[in-house]
Write a protein that binds this ligand. Structure first.
Ligand code: ZN
Ligand code: FE
Length: 254
Protein backbone atom coordinates (compact mmCIF):
# COMPACT_ATOMS: atom_id res chain seq x y z
CA UNK A 1 0.00 0.00 0.00
CA UNK A 2 2.22 2.74 -1.35
CA UNK A 3 -0.60 4.99 -2.49
CA UNK A 4 -1.93 6.69 0.63
CA UNK A 5 -3.03 10.23 -0.11
CA UNK A 6 -2.37 13.19 2.18
CA UNK A 7 -5.49 15.15 3.07
CA UNK A 8 -4.18 18.53 4.27
CA UNK A 9 -5.73 19.78 7.51
CA UNK A 10 -5.14 22.82 9.73
CA UNK A 11 -1.83 24.60 9.12
CA UNK A 12 0.42 21.66 8.36
CA UNK A 13 -1.22 18.32 9.22
CA UNK A 14 -1.70 15.50 6.74
CA UNK A 15 -4.45 12.94 7.26
CA UNK A 16 -3.09 9.93 5.36
CA UNK A 17 -5.91 8.04 3.71
CA UNK A 18 -6.40 5.21 1.27
CA UNK A 19 -9.12 3.27 -0.49
CA UNK A 20 -8.74 -0.50 -0.72
CA UNK A 21 -11.28 -1.07 -3.48
CA UNK A 22 -14.22 -1.40 -1.10
CA UNK A 23 -13.77 1.14 1.67
CA UNK A 24 -11.40 3.78 2.99
CA UNK A 25 -9.05 4.01 5.94
CA UNK A 26 -7.87 7.27 7.49
CA UNK A 27 -5.02 7.79 9.93
CA UNK A 28 -5.14 10.50 12.63
CA UNK A 29 -8.16 12.50 11.41
CA UNK A 30 -7.85 15.74 13.35
CA UNK A 31 -10.54 17.33 11.19
CA UNK A 32 -13.66 15.49 10.01
CA UNK A 33 -14.57 17.95 7.25
CA UNK A 34 -11.56 17.35 5.00
CA UNK A 35 -12.05 13.59 5.34
CA UNK A 36 -15.76 13.83 4.59
CA UNK A 37 -15.07 15.98 1.51
CA UNK A 38 -12.61 13.37 0.20
CA UNK A 39 -14.94 10.44 0.94
CA UNK A 40 -18.02 12.09 -0.56
CA UNK A 41 -16.07 13.39 -3.56
CA UNK A 42 -14.97 9.86 -4.39
CA UNK A 43 -18.03 7.96 -3.19
CA UNK A 44 -16.00 5.98 -0.65
CA UNK A 45 -17.42 4.49 2.53
CA UNK A 46 -15.15 4.76 5.60
CA UNK A 47 -14.29 1.53 7.35
CA UNK A 48 -11.40 2.26 9.71
CA UNK A 49 -9.84 5.11 11.65
CA UNK A 50 -6.30 4.43 12.92
CA UNK A 51 -4.88 6.64 15.69
CA UNK A 52 -1.24 7.02 16.69
CA UNK A 53 -1.62 9.21 19.81
CA UNK A 54 -4.12 11.31 21.71
CA UNK A 55 -3.29 14.88 20.57
CA UNK A 56 -6.41 16.72 19.34
CA UNK A 57 -4.90 17.62 15.96
CA UNK A 58 -4.87 13.83 15.32
CA UNK A 59 -8.19 12.88 16.90
CA UNK A 60 -10.55 15.88 16.67
CA UNK A 61 -12.54 14.43 13.76
CA UNK A 62 -12.97 10.92 15.16
CA UNK A 63 -16.39 11.17 16.79
CA UNK A 64 -17.99 13.00 13.86
CA UNK A 65 -16.60 10.44 11.40
CA UNK A 66 -17.65 7.49 13.52
CA UNK A 67 -21.15 8.89 13.95
CA UNK A 68 -21.53 9.54 10.24
CA UNK A 69 -19.95 6.36 8.83
CA UNK A 70 -19.94 3.84 11.66
CA UNK A 71 -16.21 3.36 11.21
CA UNK A 72 -14.11 1.22 13.54
CA UNK A 73 -11.71 3.24 15.68
CA UNK A 74 -8.30 1.69 16.46
CA UNK A 75 -5.85 3.35 18.84
CA UNK A 76 -3.28 2.90 21.58
CA UNK A 77 -4.52 1.10 24.69
CA UNK A 78 -2.08 3.10 26.82
CA UNK A 79 -3.82 6.37 25.86
CA UNK A 80 -7.37 5.06 25.95
CA UNK A 81 -8.41 7.43 28.73
CA UNK A 82 -7.49 10.48 26.63
CA UNK A 83 -8.86 9.20 23.30
CA UNK A 84 -12.33 9.07 21.78
CA UNK A 85 -13.90 5.66 22.48
CA UNK A 86 -11.88 2.89 20.83
CA UNK A 87 -13.39 -0.16 19.17
CA UNK A 88 -9.99 -1.84 19.16
CA UNK A 89 -7.31 -0.84 21.69
CA UNK A 90 -3.85 -2.04 20.66
CA UNK A 91 -0.38 -2.37 22.15
CA UNK A 92 3.13 -3.17 20.98
CA UNK A 93 3.23 -6.35 18.93
CA UNK A 94 -0.50 -6.51 18.24
CA UNK A 95 -1.68 -7.18 14.69
CA UNK A 96 -4.32 -5.11 12.93
CA UNK A 97 -5.92 -6.03 9.61
CA UNK A 98 -7.07 -2.82 7.93
CA UNK A 99 -7.68 -1.60 4.41
CA UNK A 100 -6.58 -4.87 2.83
CA UNK A 101 -3.24 -4.87 4.66
CA UNK A 102 -1.76 -6.46 7.77
CA UNK A 103 -0.14 -4.07 10.22
CA UNK A 104 1.82 -4.67 13.35
CA UNK A 105 1.69 -2.17 16.18
CA UNK A 106 4.99 -0.71 17.35
CA UNK A 107 5.30 1.24 20.60
CA UNK A 108 7.29 4.44 19.95
CA UNK A 109 7.00 6.55 23.12
CA UNK A 110 8.56 9.99 23.47
CA UNK A 111 6.27 12.58 21.86
CA UNK A 112 3.56 11.05 24.05
CA UNK A 113 4.04 8.06 26.35
CA UNK A 114 1.56 5.80 24.58
CA UNK A 115 2.42 6.78 21.00
CA UNK A 116 2.27 3.90 18.52
CA UNK A 117 3.11 3.32 14.87
CA UNK A 118 1.35 1.03 12.40
CA UNK A 119 3.88 -0.98 10.38
CA UNK A 120 2.83 -2.97 7.34
CA UNK A 121 2.66 -3.17 3.55
CA UNK A 122 6.20 -1.74 3.38
CA UNK A 123 4.91 1.40 5.12
CA UNK A 124 4.90 2.99 8.53
CA UNK A 125 2.38 5.46 9.88
CA UNK A 126 4.48 7.08 12.59
CA UNK A 127 2.35 10.04 13.72
CA UNK A 128 4.44 12.75 15.36
CA UNK A 129 7.52 10.63 16.14
CA UNK A 130 9.62 10.78 12.97
CA UNK A 131 9.41 13.72 10.58
CA UNK A 132 11.21 14.49 7.35
CA UNK A 133 14.61 15.76 8.63
CA UNK A 134 13.25 15.93 12.18
CA UNK A 135 11.48 14.21 15.03
CA UNK A 136 8.60 14.99 17.36
CA UNK A 137 8.86 17.15 20.43
CA UNK A 138 9.22 15.40 23.76
CA UNK A 139 5.93 16.45 25.34
CA UNK A 140 5.73 13.48 27.70
CA UNK A 141 8.77 11.26 27.26
CA UNK A 142 12.47 11.43 28.06
CA UNK A 143 15.18 11.80 25.41
CA UNK A 144 16.27 8.18 25.89
CA UNK A 145 12.75 6.96 25.13
CA UNK A 146 12.57 8.93 21.89
CA UNK A 147 16.09 7.83 20.96
CA UNK A 148 15.02 4.20 21.40
CA UNK A 149 11.78 4.76 19.49
CA UNK A 150 13.66 6.29 16.57
CA UNK A 151 16.08 3.34 16.67
CA UNK A 152 13.13 0.97 16.34
CA UNK A 153 11.93 2.88 13.29
CA UNK A 154 15.45 2.93 11.83
CA UNK A 155 15.56 -0.86 12.08
CA UNK A 156 12.75 -1.11 9.51
CA UNK A 157 13.70 -1.91 5.93
CA UNK A 158 15.30 1.06 4.16
CA UNK A 159 12.58 0.96 1.49
CA UNK A 160 9.80 1.44 4.05
CA UNK A 161 7.60 4.39 3.12
CA UNK A 162 7.27 6.82 6.03
CA UNK A 163 3.96 8.63 6.41
CA UNK A 164 4.61 11.51 8.82
CA UNK A 165 1.72 13.64 10.03
CA UNK A 166 3.12 17.16 9.61
CA UNK A 167 4.63 19.22 6.81
CA UNK A 168 7.53 20.51 8.89
CA UNK A 169 10.20 19.73 6.31
CA UNK A 170 11.45 23.19 5.37
CA UNK A 171 11.71 24.37 8.98
CA UNK A 172 13.44 21.11 9.90
CA UNK A 173 15.90 21.51 7.03
CA UNK A 174 16.69 25.09 8.03
CA UNK A 175 17.48 23.85 11.53
CA UNK A 176 19.51 20.87 10.30
CA UNK A 177 21.53 23.11 8.01
CA UNK A 178 22.20 25.53 10.87
CA UNK A 179 23.85 22.61 12.71
CA UNK A 180 25.65 21.21 9.65
CA UNK A 181 26.01 24.13 7.22
CA UNK A 182 28.53 22.37 4.97
CA UNK A 183 26.50 19.19 4.43
CA UNK A 184 25.96 18.82 0.67
CA UNK A 185 23.25 16.19 1.07
CA UNK A 186 21.15 18.55 3.21
CA UNK A 187 21.71 21.36 0.71
CA UNK A 188 20.38 19.16 -2.10
CA UNK A 189 17.43 17.88 -0.08
CA UNK A 190 16.52 21.45 0.87
CA UNK A 191 16.61 22.60 -2.75
CA UNK A 192 14.30 19.71 -3.73
CA UNK A 193 11.94 20.35 -0.81
CA UNK A 194 11.74 24.09 -1.57
CA UNK A 195 10.80 23.33 -5.14
CA UNK A 196 8.06 20.94 -4.05
CA UNK A 197 6.62 23.45 -1.61
CA UNK A 198 6.77 26.21 -4.24
CA UNK A 199 4.61 23.92 -6.40
CA UNK A 200 2.31 23.37 -3.42
CA UNK A 201 3.27 19.68 -3.32
CA UNK A 202 3.86 17.72 -0.09
CA UNK A 203 7.45 16.77 0.71
CA UNK A 204 6.08 13.49 2.07
CA UNK A 205 6.08 10.57 2.21
CA UNK A 206 9.75 9.82 2.65
CA UNK A 207 11.57 6.53 3.33
CA UNK A 208 13.49 5.10 6.25
CA UNK A 209 16.58 4.87 4.05
CA UNK A 210 16.44 8.55 3.08
CA UNK A 211 15.93 9.68 6.64
CA UNK A 212 18.81 7.53 7.91
CA UNK A 213 20.94 9.21 5.28
CA UNK A 214 20.40 12.87 6.24
CA UNK A 215 18.03 13.32 9.21
CA UNK A 216 20.29 14.51 12.05
CA UNK A 217 17.97 13.04 14.70
CA UNK A 218 18.72 9.59 13.22
CA UNK A 219 22.45 10.23 13.01
CA UNK A 220 23.25 11.13 16.61
CA UNK A 221 25.57 8.12 16.92
CA UNK A 222 27.90 9.69 14.35
CA UNK A 223 31.02 11.31 15.76
CA UNK A 224 30.88 14.14 13.21
CA UNK A 225 27.35 15.06 14.18
CA UNK A 226 28.19 14.89 17.91
CA UNK A 227 31.01 17.31 17.18
CA UNK A 228 28.73 19.68 15.29
CA UNK A 229 26.13 19.58 18.09
CA UNK A 230 28.87 20.12 20.69
CA UNK A 231 29.92 23.23 18.80
CA UNK A 232 26.33 24.48 18.60
CA UNK A 233 25.59 24.00 22.32
CA UNK A 234 29.02 25.13 23.54
CA UNK A 235 29.99 22.00 25.46
CA UNK A 236 31.02 18.48 24.54
CA UNK A 237 28.29 15.90 24.09
CA UNK A 238 28.99 12.22 23.50
CA UNK A 239 27.60 10.45 20.42
CA UNK A 240 24.28 8.70 21.08
CA UNK A 241 21.52 9.72 23.44
CA UNK A 242 23.49 12.71 24.83
CA UNK A 243 23.81 14.16 21.36
CA UNK A 244 20.18 13.34 20.68
CA UNK A 245 19.04 15.16 23.84
CA UNK A 246 21.19 18.20 23.08
CA UNK A 247 20.00 18.35 19.47
CA UNK A 248 16.34 18.06 20.50
CA UNK A 249 16.78 20.81 23.13
CA UNK A 250 18.52 23.01 20.57
CA UNK A 251 15.63 22.53 18.14
CA UNK A 252 13.13 23.41 20.90
CA UNK A 253 14.88 26.76 21.31
CA UNK A 254 15.23 27.46 17.59
ZN1 ZN B 1 1.18 15.23 18.46
FE1 FE C 1 0.52 16.56 15.60
Amino acid sequence: MKNAVPLPAFQDNYIWSWFDGEAAVVVDPGDADVVTAWLEGNGYPLRDILLTHWHPDHTGGVDALRNRYGARVVGPLAEQARLPALDLAVSDGDRVRSGGEDFSVMAIPGHTLGHIAYVGADCVFCGDTLFHTGCGRLFEGEPAQMYDSLARLMALDANTTVYCTHEYTLANLAFARSVEPDDDRLRQVEADAKQRRAENQPTLPTTIGEQKDFNPFLRTDEAALAEAVSGAVGHTVAPGVDTFAALRALKDRS
